[in-house]
Design a protein around this ligand. Sequence first.
Ligand code: AHR
Length: 516
Amino acid sequence: MKKQYHYIRTGIFGLLLSTQALQAQNTVTFKTDAPTQTINRNIYGHFAEHLGNCIYGGFYVGDTSHIPNTSGVRKDVIAALRKMKIPNLRWPGGCFADTYHWKDGIGPKSKRPTIVNTWWGNVTEDNSFGTHDFLNMCEELGAEPYLSGNVGSGTVQEMADWVQYANFGGKSPMSDLRKENGRQEPWKVRFWGVGNEAWGCGGNMRPEYYADLYRKFATFMNSDFKDGHIFRIASGASDADYNWTEVLMKNIPLHMLQGVAVHHYSSVDWNRKGDAVDFTEQQYFATMKSALLTDTLIRKHTAVMDKYDPAKKVALVVDEWGGWYNVQAGTNPGFLFQQNTMRDAMIAGATLNIFNNHSDRVRMANLAQAINVLQSVILTKGDTMVLTPTYHVMEMYSVHQDATLIPVDVHSIDYTFGNEKLPAITVSASKDKAGTTHISLVNIDANKAQEITLDTHGQAYKAITGRLLTSAKLQDYNSFAKPNTIKPVDFKGASIKNNTISVKLPPFSVVVLELK
Ligand code: AHR
């Protein structure tokens, strides 16, 4: 009897131990029988606002500049963004969009009126970068333009005219004007934002009022073009304002609505954002908590949208996201310039995994912002340019664009700080048109490496390679003096045996594996 008790006790103890052992492992399993979808390339979109040195000095230096340019747009920037496979670019704002009157930015540059950029530092905007400059630049970049229209201080007529100017191929007042200004063929702009942050800088509206305004504006944004239909995006909620999404979905007929936006910035604390470079582990942990919240926000906004649109026809468009810290000391507070460290690479890697895994509803997103503002992929100074850690993540993840999602089950060990914990790893996977599988893995743990066992669920692979992004310190960044401190290197920490992949991720690292 005593012996039997001993066995039972040993058995229970053993079971407890093995449960603990199981819990203390990172496991990933391909769900090869789950429904899947394409990861829309537009999830990897960017955002360029007339804010600080994003446009002027960032993208655009003018065609008389000594900096090599194509029609005034920096050649180094064009080459870098093409390499990163930028799929779309949102412009001209942001808050600026609801102060922008597009007709100020067409015609001879010397005759364009100036305005004051009231949202961003009260600087004088000379309108030298306007509609033609932006849309032609998008053609150079191979990116689809996403025009953010003015609802806050603009008129329905103004918006309708812009659509006709950009898209109408036949004879009309606006297409004639476009031709007079040197462009014969329409650009066929598909993506149009109907205002920006209508709950705030876009007009401080209530959702009921905005929903009605949206219906009115959208009615006149109807200039169809041959290769597709206009894709209108409603100004969306801030973070967890699910009521905003609910009111829009309830009150806007689905045939008038192709996308609903949402904005979420990751920060330590909205009122105490902290420095972009000089941060503690506590601040890092808080930022990652805010970044991982994206998953909950998407799930909950999606649940609201599913009620009114179970067929998922309307896209959730995360058209502003990224890390937001205190503006760099000594720079114009209205210009929102911040450095970009490994913390930002962690935000980018984890957030893009979340977007990929929700690509049934999230079909477009725009990192804020492309150059010299917030979580940039490029920083410029004079004629030099730096690619940030975030750039490298975007470039590494570009393999997922238009690939087929492989849904994954992830069991992660916790990354703990004080009394709080977060999952240490995030993962997403896809198979591209050539049949190559890519798996992106992020370990946000600031201190510990993570060993991961990945079950491919019967998918046989013969070869595995990978690329790794990490650095000596979380606070490291690429400076103008040392632009290559952080860049992707070959990853040797993965092996494959009998359809099981073993990976060891260093602390705070991003890895993209390629399997054939
Ligand atoms: O990206 C900076 C600003 O943040 C945008 O202009 C605005 O839409 C948001 O509040």
